[in-house]
Design a protein around this ligand. Structure first.
Ligand code: TYM
Length: 332
């Protein structure tokens, strides 16, 4: 069976972009692939985190993964830092990737620019080497397929380049992974600034829809979504980013083609209402399930411990293979 791996940072609040672009795809993939999903806490600390908050967000993220339908009996759900060989492999890959390749990563350029603009002098070295850790997360499970939103495409390309270079230097060691980017909602946009992607770090709270927000707040955000003055419903991102974003969200929530949905609407009001309603229908069971899980920390603890064990069994084998290939002397 082919392997799948993907991850989400346990920071901020999980939003509609994460949910439609990634998490829903994970829940489908678990039934057809040997799947590994992780809360990437080691990635989160590339920017400074409050320790108490990191701990509680990591737990909440694990509850979220179960709540969106990931079944710990079917797939492996784990916290990244519980499998220490990720950082070990990351070092080997940092020595495989070049400074120039890391410098070209748009996520690093955007995040470091944002930090400097907000007056933060400190851009961590971890933020720069982040893609090597992400490559390690993927390559350590021999993943064939990596379901992600469009913003991770460049990191996936770099992961393939790193794997290819390693294999050609040291012999076949890693599987070359493919990004699996959904056809609809691969890039959910901010409801207030529809030319920017919806993001946890956005300064636009009305533009970002958290999946655990109260349903009345979600409805209000859709009602106030920015459209345009044309009052014509058409799927055309260049000319009508706001309307096109709503059609994509509605399409993703109802499993329908966003372009043909456009024919059913003549005014923006009903499109906004139906999109809000469709999203709320999908999110309500997820919200209820997460509340139940957070009320049962013992069960969540068991899921997390079992996931760490299952993920480690696979990861140690790959790291050893990579170390052997590179010529590290074995201890025994
Ligand atoms: P993160 O935590 O930023 O996002 C988690 C997932 O959500 C997707 N996503 C979106 N999809 C559509 N529209 C949006 N507006 C949107 N915003 C976010 C992301 O593409 C991602 O799939 N570097 C990764 C985490 C990571 C990872 C990995 C992913 C670490 N190791 C290994 C895959 C494989 C990140 O920061 O995702």
């Amino acid at each position: 069976m082919t392997r799948v791996l993907s991850g989400i940072q346990p920071t901020g609040d999980v939003h509609l972009g994460n949910f439609l672009g990634a998490l829903r795809q994970w829940a489908i993939d678990q039934h057809t692939h040997d799947s590994f999903y992780t809360a990437v806490d080691l990635h989160a600390v590339t920017v400074q985190q409050d320790p108490l908050e990191l701990r509680s967000k990591t737990l909440e993220t694990m509850a979220t993964l179960v709540a969106v339908g990931l079944d710990p009996e079917v797939c492996t759900l784990f916290v990244q830092s519980h499998v220490p060989c990720h950082t070990e492999l990351s070092w080997l890959l940092e020595c495989t990737v070049s400074f120039g390749e890391l410098r070209r990563m748009t996520q690093f350029k955007d995040k470091s620019a944002k930090q400097s603009d907000s007056g933060q002098e400190h851009v961590s070295a971890g933020l720069f080497t982040y893609p090597a850790l992400m490559a390690a997360d993927i390559l350590i499970y021999d993943a064939d397929r990596v379901p992600v939103g469009d913003d991770q495409r460049q990191h996936l390309e770099l992961t393939r380049d790193i794997a290819e270079r390693f294999n050609s230097r040291y012999g076949e060691t890693f599987v070359l992974p493919e990004a699996a980017i959904p056809k609809i909602a691969a890039r959910v946009m901010d409801l207030q600034e529809p030319t920017n992607k919806m993001s946890k770090s956005s300064e636009s709270p009305m533009g970002t829809v958290g999946i655990f927000e109260e349903t009345s707040a979600i409805a209000k955000k859709f009602k106030r979504a920015i459209t345009d003055s044309e009052n014509q419903v058409r799927f055309d991102f260049e000319a009508k980013p706001g309307v096109t974003n709503l059609l994509s969200i509605l399409g993703a929530a109802t499993d329908r083609d966003p372009e043909s949905l456009a024919d059913e609407y003549h005014q923006y009001g009903p499109l906004k209402n139906d999109t809000a309603e469709a999203i709320i229908t999908v999110l309500e069971p997820v919200q209820n399930r997460r509340a139940e899980l957070l009320a049962d920390p013992a069960e969540l603890g068991r899921i997390i411990a079992r996931g760490a064990e299952k993920a480690s069994e696979v990861a140690v084998v790959t790291v050893q293979r990579a170390k052997d290939a590179m010529g590290f002397l074995s201890a025994g």
